[in-house]
Design a binder for this molecule. Structure first.
Ligand SMILES: NC(=O)c1ccc[n+]([C@@H]2O[C@H](COP(=O)([O-])OP(=O)(O)OC[C@H]3O[C@@H](n4cnc5c(N)ncnc54)[C@H](OP(=O)(O)O)[C@@H]3O)[C@@H](O)[C@H]2O)c1
Length: 300
């Protein structure tokens, strides 16, 4: 059954997660990060009840302020945040900092942002280190879950290869895997693998940006429903029962992204045919690396 924009899914920990989140990544400047408060507030007013942030975005504080200012009760907003890859050797401390930044006493979903572990150098560059491994980090995440201040724990940017390694020693199966997923990168194998393991897949960069929005097939379907290309792509995700982590800072587009058309099976098939395994957000650099790891290490 296709999801409706107002639906929630039940995670393996038993909690309900709204199927559309508004994100909060912003460029690393004070102003841009502060503006996240304004756009999170308009998102909450528009009806979003799931906000996605991360320690690495530097926007947890802005998200926390927006939730307070919205007047909504803490339990009415689902908050996802993530452990930075610079903090793999201090999971508990980093988690406590996220709680303090957000001004809350629990997180709904806490994710390991990346499988790789890096050290931040004084000059701002990053250096990949091999310890702790993500298996060791996951054992710390399990302790966080057992401490009851995270209602679910999961991962992000994990491939089948790395999930297989993780699951060999995991006591708790990650509730969620948040990955780049859009019509040009449909991730069908990973989706099937995660479904079999009861891991909910969340799509980040769900639109595929203007590259996918401008595809003639998307445009044609949009004209047929009298909606925008972004709405068509988001409707495709809901049809395929994928949780969406989108981002709009604009009040009108935030509302638009919650008002989605029902696509026909034929239209979904046409969008399925656009899959070409292309990463648009986190694509490999000239050396074939993404955030310091090769595609082989990432299992991408
Ligand atoms: N786990 C990870 O490693 C990871 C990586 C990347 C992202 N994320 C999370 O996912 C969130 C969303 O990622 P994303 O920004 O790449 O997603 P996205 O929603 O696919 O793209 C956002 C872009 O689309 C525009 N947009 C939104 N709605 C639109 C509409 N109806 N029509 C036309 N343009 C529209 C936005 O502009 P306006 O804001 O001006 O509307 C913005 O430029 C992030 O904020 C972050 O929380 C996680």
């Amino acid at each position: 059954m296709p999801f409706l924009a107002t639906d929630s899914v039940t995670l393996s920990s038993g909690i309900q997660m709204p199927v559309i989140a508004n994100g909060s990544w912003a460029p690393p400047t004070g102003n841009a990060r502060a503006e996240v408060k304004d756009w999170t507030l308009t998102a909450l007013k528009a009806g979003y009840r799931h906000i996605d942030t991360a320690s690495g975005y530097g926007t947890e504080r802005s998200v926390g302020l927006a939730i307070k200012e919205s007047g909504l009760k803490r339990e009415d907003v689902f908050i996802t945040t993530k452990l930075s890859y610079t903090d793999h050797s201090r999971v508990q401390d980093s988690f406590n900092e996220s709680l303090a930044n957000l001004g809350v006493d629990y997180i709904d979903l806490y994710l390991v942002h990346w499988p790789q572990c890096v050290l931040s150098e004084a000059d701002g560059t990053i250096k990949i280190v091999s310890n702790p491994t993500f298996v060791e980090v996951w054992a710390e995440m399990e302790k966080i879950f057992q401490g009851k201040k995270a209602r679910a724990v999961g991962v992000s940017n994990f491939s089948i290869k790395n999930l297989e390694i993780l699951l060999k020693s995991a006591k708790i199966v990650p509730a969620v895997n948040q990955v780049e997923l859009h019509p040009y990168l449909a991730q069908n194998e990973l989706r099937k693998y995660c479904k079999d393991k009861n891991i909910v897949v969340e799509a980040y960069t769900p639109s595929g940006y203007s590259k996918v929005r401008n595809h003639s097939t998307i445009g044609k379907i949009a004209r047929g429903h009298n909606v925008t290309p972004n709405q068509v792509i988001l409707a495709w995700h809901l049809f395929k029962e994928t949780v969406i982590v989108l981002k709009s800072a604009n009040e009108e587009r935030q509302r638009e992204n919650l008002t989605l058309p029902a696509l026909s099976n034929e239209e979904v098939k046409q969008i399925d045919a656009l899959d070409r395994g292309e990463r648009i957000c986190n694509k490999p650099d000239e050396e074939g690396m993404v955030s310091g790891w090769t595609m082989e290490q990432l299992g991408w």
